[in-house]
Design a protein around this ligand. Structure first.
Ligand code: SAM
Length: 301
């Protein structure tokens, strides 16, 4: 129950699943019940007053809208996949429960194909449930370890965009902010959220996964994101791959230039990175976008 205490001071965001409903229709529907407005940064995001209860709303139940925070919705939007990219062009590396996967599918207007990789069998079920609810038919689920995907395999060698949202400490989320209320002895909770050993283990995987993403031969855009506020999982991970990124022709790009909270000034290019603040923005997220040019280069959103 502790984890379900809603934060009543911060606006609610919902992402319109444009595979099922356009943004203006969703706006009109929700206006019957709430004061709603469009978000100024993410085009398919709507803002509702703090505390708006949407859990049983028909649009949530039928997958026309998803409860998804602003920071979380900025991740797929930063990757900006192109509608019509055929099979094998967009890869969600660590995908369950699939919120960003189905966002990618919607940004591609249901055309082309997103490959969604997930290691954990139970979470593959949740991923499939999210996909079913979204109505997306352009997602191929791969149950396996992202690190084992061979970038040279013809299935993956044409991947042009990778969304990497790996397991992280979750220290930017509401449950982590309530953490100090928990007994530190609770297994997996309490002091464990911030244990150095755990953070280092997570960071080791995050560094490996990001380096792997940057090794796909035709990839042009890689988004790395976490819902952590820890430098070790964010700027430090980006810093560790900068030499590899540079030698593979990548540079950090600046998604959402109007967003004011950027990376901690501990690495070169920190101003390209995005941070959100757990208190001010509801969740503490981190987003980095790597890109390299090709004949089909895209603009950052
Ligand atoms: N992007 C998801 C979303 O927005 O709904 C959340 C992803 S969650 C932070 C990280 C996921 O990565 C977990 O489901 C975890 O099981 C999965 N994962 C962890 N290690 C992995 C690996 N080596 N290969 C593929 N998936 C992995």
């Amino acid at each position: 129950a502790l984890y379900e205490i809603p934060d009543i001071s911060i606006p609610r965001h919902v992402r319109v699943n444009t595979l099922k409903m356009d943004v203006d229709t969703a706006l009109l529907e929700l206006k019957k019940q709430f004061q709603v407005q469009k978000d100024d940064l993410v085009p398919d995001l709507l803002i509702l007053p703090p505390g708006s209860d949407l859990h049983d709303h028909p649009l949530i139940k039928d997958g026309s809208i998803f409860m998804q925070g602003k920071a979380s919705s900025m991740v797929a939007a930063a990757l900006a996949p192109k509608p019509g990219w055929e099979v094998g062009k967009v890869l969600d590396a660590c995908s369950a429960p699939g919120n960003k996967t189905v966002h990618l599918a919607a940004l591609m207007r249901g055309e082309g194909k997103v490959i969604a990789c997930e290691l954990n069998e139970e979470r593959v079920k949740r991923l499939k449930e999210t996909i079913r609810l979204s109505g997306a038919s352009n997602i191929k689920v791969v149950h396996g370890d992202f690190l084992d995907l061979n970038p040279e395999d013809p299935q993956f060698s044409k991947v042009r965009a990778i969304l990497l949202d790996p397991s992280c400490s979750g220290s930017g989320t509401a449950s982590a902010r309530l953490d100090h209320l928990l007994p530190s002895s609770a297994p997996g909770q309490g002091a464990d959220f911030a244990s150095t050993e755990r953070l280092n283990k997570l960071a080791a995987f995050q560094r490996k996964a990001l380096a792997h993403a940057l090794s796909f031969p035709e990839v042009e855009r890689v988004v790395y994101s976490t819902c952590s506020v820890n430098q070790v999982e964010n700027e430090d991970v980006v810093k560790s791959v900068l030499p590899l990124a540079a030698s593979n022709g990548f540079q950090l790009e600046t998604p959402f230039p109007k967003w004011h909270r950027r990376g901690l000034p501990v690495i070169e290019g920190a101003e390209c990175l995005i941070r959100t603040d757990p208190k001010e923005d509801k969740e503490g997220f981190f987003i980095a976008l790597f890109s390299r040019s090709s004949s089909n280069q895209q603009e950052a959103p």
